[in-house]
Write a protein that binds this ligand. Structure first.
Ligand code: PRP
Ligand code: URA
Length: 209
């Protein structure tokens, strides 16, 4: 079974509190989400393989370690996933970025796909699917299924906040996928929103309502 890693570094918890706060306006919300994504990227890429290289310091020849040639791909789920892309790219500027457009039908809560554009070598890459809110888990599970249909095998899921229901749903469909979150909240409410959560991530990121 995939693991759930809660990235609970004090800086992440501090910033997440302001992200949740209803008083936080779009500009600060966007900046904080970006910063948390960068901090989480540090944890998510902890297992990247290294290779030894020969270098020279100004003093003498020596050996160093650099990230081995494993290729990374980021797959944000539109729209809200976009808010976490730049933060990850700051640490991994060579990653390619594919996009999957899904929205959650407000009545059925089922994901509806409307866009897909992926790198041509996506199946060769180690992928991080990015979706700030793991609520019912329907959107994330559908995005992962789509990637598996494209023959992708190495997939991690990165979220800001998850409901236990969302974790359960993703892991029952995709037990091979590790989930990285900044927090696991209490539950979903009747409208399928995470409690206490942060409200609608897309609307708060882009100032729509
Ligand atoms: C939100 C959020 C996730 C999804 C999570 O997207 O960004 O993608 O809901 O819900 P789920 O786990 O129950 O599927 P939304 O449909 O609001 O679209 P948006 O990102 O374009 O605002
Ligand atoms: N999507 C959001 O943006 N927030 C939630 O709490 C649930 C789904």
């Amino acid at each position: 079974m995939g693991k759930v890693v809660v990235c609970d570094h004090p800086l992440i918890q501090h910033k997440l509190t302001y992200i949740r706060d209803v008083e936080t306006k779009t500009k600060d919300f966007r900046q904080l989400v970006d910063e948390v994504a960068m901090l989480m990227a540090y944890e998510i890429t902890r297992d990247l393989p290294l290779q030894e290289v020969d270098i020279r310091t100004p003093v003498c020849p020596t050996k160093g370690k650099v990230i081995a040639g494993r290729m990374l791909g980021l797959v944000p789920i539109l729209r809200a996933g976009l808010g976490m892309v730049d933060g990850v790219l700051r640490l991994h500027p060579t990653a390619k970025v594919g996009h999957i457009g899904l929205y959650r039908d407000p009545e059925t809560l089922q994901p509806v796909e409307y866009y897909e554009k992926l790198p041509s070598d996506v199946h060769e890459r180690e992928l991080i699917v990015i979706d700030p809110m793991l609520a019912t888990g329907g959107s994330a599970a559908a995005a992962i299924s789509l990637l598996k249909k494209r023959k992708c095998t190495q997939i991690k899921l990165m979220c800001l906040i998850a409901a236990p229901e969302g974790i359960e749903a993703v892991h029952s469909e995709h037990p091979d996928v590790d989930i990285y979150v900044a927090a696991v909240d209490e539950r979903l409410n009747e409208q399928g929103y995470i409690v206490p959560g942060l409200g609608d991530a897309g609307d708060r990121l882009f100032g729509t309502k």
